[in-house]
Design a protein around this ligand. Structure first.
Ligand code: GAP
Length: 514
């Protein structure tokens, strides 16, 4: 646990030190769970967004993208169920005065049981070596079987209680499991209450005429209310999708995990409109597609897993998360939800307008079902950033800090250094910058010894460093150093663009999905 905390602290301080993420309004001591993206962070975030947008919109001829407003008519949120059901069960500890999500306290308890299972598996793997059969071990080792049953029964009781809105039983479960406040160790809990997560605001100049509005808690509703407009103007036939990226706002109860859980965040969502009855097929297809998108970034298959929901959101008939191994354990990165006709059906009801698709083949009209993929851009940022940050021991026994970002996402693709600040080397380095900057984000750096400049760019996540020396003036070659292997090669200046392009081109990376 202490190692996880240290690793996470290192991620947060590195993000600040290298201009990725700052606490919002830091000079006023910050605003809880609100963050600003700095010069490198904004680039990394933009690259992740582009990587998603291209995979969704550009590469699928049946998906189009929109950009709907954050403010929406307030009835939207009545129809979507958010006014009545977008709640989290909260509980306060009477001694520490800290507030928690009751379900998260129970889930964290279960995560500890799962950690015990992983520990048993690791021990057995070590003992049996190549002969180890994980599946058989999980099915037959009595201790592990007991742990699994315990975890399952706790989660299923939690899901049932939440579904029935039996908050007294959620409290009873916390007490039976003897869950203590993580801050104080106290088990002195209040009752569990529901807490609506939407932020309210007002539209209008005078207090009397002002209209109550909400800041959208998900981008999806902007897609639903535009469904028919988009379908007609794009002449799409079902199945087709509408994608969107944008800000969403939630008054989160527990917001202590840096950019993992924020009050203002960005989502990348896609609603895929389908024929009723085909949802399970599309559910499996999109689970597979989205996992392939993640794996294409090369951050390690072992770092992802699916988690099927037992407790379904008010709009879903099936749902799964793609979980990622964050520094604090496996947690939700993306959700894939079969939303049925819940949203479109309710918008029809509340607006009195038909939101139906006319099928030209069967000549029937129907309210389509929807398959949704929804990923938090900030959470994806944290996954990429934390997974990339590494401390490496070098051959000479020293250490280097290196941010091994997938080159396609790196904010700066190359740093160009003159070996010395004289003899015409800065001028040639600047000439290379001026040529490359039309294709990539590059930077010029002449300060400090070259070794220190390399380290600085390693920590910054820059995949290439290009050094101009005296030989460069004679034969127009430079050394190009690769961030991950630290290998250096002498290449012609004329080839530099191609070498960088081969590593950072989005097309090459996205082709791995297909
Ligand atoms: N439209 C469906 C929807 O909003 P969700 O599971 O509530 O579903 C989808 O959210 C994704 O948005 C999550 O998987 C997560 O990546 C991201 N997300 C949700 N709440 C967040 C928060 N408070 N801070 C950062 N990301 C968040």
């Amino acid at each position: 646990m202490a190692k996880q905390e240290d690793d996470f602290k290192r991620v947060i301080s590195h993000a600040k030190e290298y201009g990725y993420v700052f606490q919002s309004s830091e000079i006023y001591d910050g605003l809880s769970a609100v963050y600003d993206y700095a010069q490198n962070g904004a680039e990394l975030k933009k690259n992740i967004r582009d990587y998603w947008w291209k995979a969704m919109v550009q590469l699928n001829d049946n998906i189009v993208g929109i950009d709907a407003a954050i403010f929406m008519h307030p009835t939207t949120w009545k129809a979507s169920g958010h006014v009545d059901a977008f709640n989290d069960p909260m509980i306060d500890n009477k001694d520490s005065k800290k507030r928690y999500r009751a379900d998260v306290l129970v889930e964290d308890y279960v995560a500890k049981i799962e950690a015990k299972i992983e520990k048993e598996v690791a021990k057995a793997e070590k003992r049996f070596g190549d002969k180890f059969d994980k599946e058989q071990f999980l099915a037959t080792n009595q201790r592990v079987v007991d742990y699994q049953e315990q975890a399952k029964s706790i989660l299923s009781r939690l899901a049932k209680s939440l579904e029935k809105e039996d908050l007294a039983d959620v409290k009873k479960l916390i007490e039976e499991l003897e869950i203590a406040c993580p801050m104080s160790g106290s088990k002195n809990w209040t009752d569990v209450k529901q807490f609506n997560l939407m932020f309210g605001t007002k539209l209008g100049a005078s207090a009397e005429s002002a209209m109550d509005l909400y800041l959208r808690p998900e981008t999806a509703q902007g897609i639903f209310v535009n469904f028919l407009n988009v379908q007609k103007t794009s002449r799409m036939k079902i199945p087709f999708g509408i994608a969107q990226t944008g800000k969403a706002f939630r008054n989160e109860i527990v917001a202590r995990q840096f950019i993992f859980r924020m009050r203002e965040f960005e989502q990348m969502e896609m609603q895929f409109f389908i024929k009723p009855g085909t949802q399970m097929e599309w559910y499996e297809t999109w689970k597979e597609n989205r996992m392939k998108w993640h794996l294409s970034l090369g951050m390690g298959e072992d770092n992802y897993r699916f988690h099927d929901h037992e407790k379904l959101a008010h709009y879903a008939d099936a749902a799964a998360d793609i979980e990622f191994r964050f520094p604090f354990g496996f947690k939700e990165l993306e959700g894939i939800h079969s939303r049925t006709d819940f949203d479109l059906g309710n918008h029809e009801k509340y607006s009195g307008k038909k939101l139906q698709y006319f099928d030209p083949e069967t000549r029937e009209s129907y309210v389509p079902y929807v398959l949704e993929t929804s990923i938090g851009l900030d959470r994806m940022f944290l996954a990429v950033f934390s997974n990339s940050l590494q401390e490496e021991e070098l051959e000479n026994g020293t250490f280097r800090t290196v941010l091994k970002l997938p080159p396609v996402l790196a904010p700066t693709k190359a740093a160009i250094f003159p070996l010395l600040k004289k003899d015409g080397l800065p001028e040639l380095a600047q000439e290379i910058v001026d040529d490359l900057k039309w294709d990539f984000n590059v930077l010029y750096d002449e300060k400090d010894a070259v070794g220190r400049r390399y380290r600085r760019q390693d920590a910054n996540g820059t995949p290439f460093c290009i050094t101009v020396d005296h030989q460069s003036l004679e034969d127009r070659t430079v050394t190009i150093r690769h961030r991950d292997s630290m290998e250096q090669e002498r290449v012609a200046i004329a080839d530099v663009k191609r070498i960088i392009h081969e590593q950072v081109d989005m097309k090459t990376w996205l082709q791995k999905i297909q």
